[in-house]
Design a protein around this ligand. Structure first.
Ligand code: SF4
Length: 292
């Protein structure tokens, strides 16, 4: 169970990004990542724009950090987690609980050198990992690489993402990220389009989960959506059991109608207890490794 991660925490193994530096790969990846700022294809929107001059669908030019702090609300195995929240996202989830940072351009650019020092201080205070999140971290891969370039402590890197990354982005992350902490909530493209305004969700997100599975360790978060047990929860869990069976799965029951959800039919309520129980029972029947 997350063996490599635990080994890193105990100092038995090096964090992936340090090993990448030793292999001489990190520098190449850093250069490749910086090139994406000039023509961004980091997520499947593939805007191809110069992010120094323009913003794409994710509304992100240079990285903008909305908050960074020691987080105690993540999965118990991960806390305390030094969590860095970027502003901007490539999804438009109508119920986003972080809409104030994901759907607005807020926050500040923090020099990579300065952010690296913040991470060192957090590590000294007991942080078990660096948790890159948003909004969405994908548009910020160049910045993350710049920060890691200035860092050399043995702290695991967590990729906390909607997994709508391009293959190029997945290649950049390979060998840098220790744990993929993914958000996998839709069991079909129709629900993803209706509630998050994204195309080809199922094909892209399943592909990236398979890539991540072969690259690092993985915890999948599945948020149960009201009225979406059969169309979303069941297919997602079934896919996990068939394709990435050894990952940890966090089945989340805290859906709350934030942001615009009050106005969307069927989405203006919490989930029912029976919905949670049927999803949990299904996960148990499939033999998934459930954590919280
Ligand atoms: S990260 Fe995605 S949405 Fe943002 S500019 Fe790049 S390709 Fe476009």
């Amino acid at each position: 169970m997350l063996e490599k991660y635990l080994n890193i925490l105990e100092g038995k193994e090096k964090a992936a990004y340090l090993k990448s530096k030793e292999r001489g790969e990190f520098e190449i990846k850093l250069k490749q990542a910086m090139k994406e700022m000039e023509s961004c294809n980091l997520c499947e929107y593939k805007c191809g724009i110069n992010r120094y001059n323009e913003k794409g669908v994710c509304n992100t030019g240079k990285a903008s950090i909305a908050a960074h702090f020691m987080h105690y609300g993540e999965e118990s195995i991960l806390v305390p987690s030094y969590t860095i929240f970027f502003s901007g996202c490539n999804f438009r989830c109508i119920y986003c609980q972080n809409w104030d940072i994901s759907q607005r351009h807020v926050g500040l650019y923090i020099e990579p050198e300065t952010m690296a020092r913040f991470i060192e201080r957090a590590y000294e205070r007991g942080a078990k990992n660096v948790n890159w999140v948003g909004g969405e971290p994908t548009p910020n891969i160049p910045y993350i690489m710049e920060v890691l370039d200035k860092l050399d402590i043995n702290i695991p890197q967590i990729w906390n993402s909607n997994m709508y990354c391009s293959i190029k982005a997945m290649e950049l992350l390979d060998g840098i990220i220790d744990i993929y902490l993914t958000d996998f909530k839709y069991g079909n493209n129709k629900c993803a389009m209706r509630l998050s305004k994204v195309k080809n969700y199922w094909e892209i997100v399943t592909r990236n989960h398979e890539i991540a599975y072969s690259s690092g360790e993985m915890i999948i978060r599945h948020l149960i959506l009201p009225g979406h047990v059969e169309c979303c929860s069941f297919p997602v869990l079934e896919w996990i059991s068939q394709n990435v069976p050894e990952v940890m799965v966090n089945i989340m029951d805290q859906y709350t109608p934030y942001y615009m959800a009050e106005k969307v039919k069927g989405m203006n309520r919490r989930i029912y207890e029976e919905e949670y129980e049927s999803v949990l029972n299904f996960a148990v029947e499939l033999g998934l490794n459930i954590i919280d």
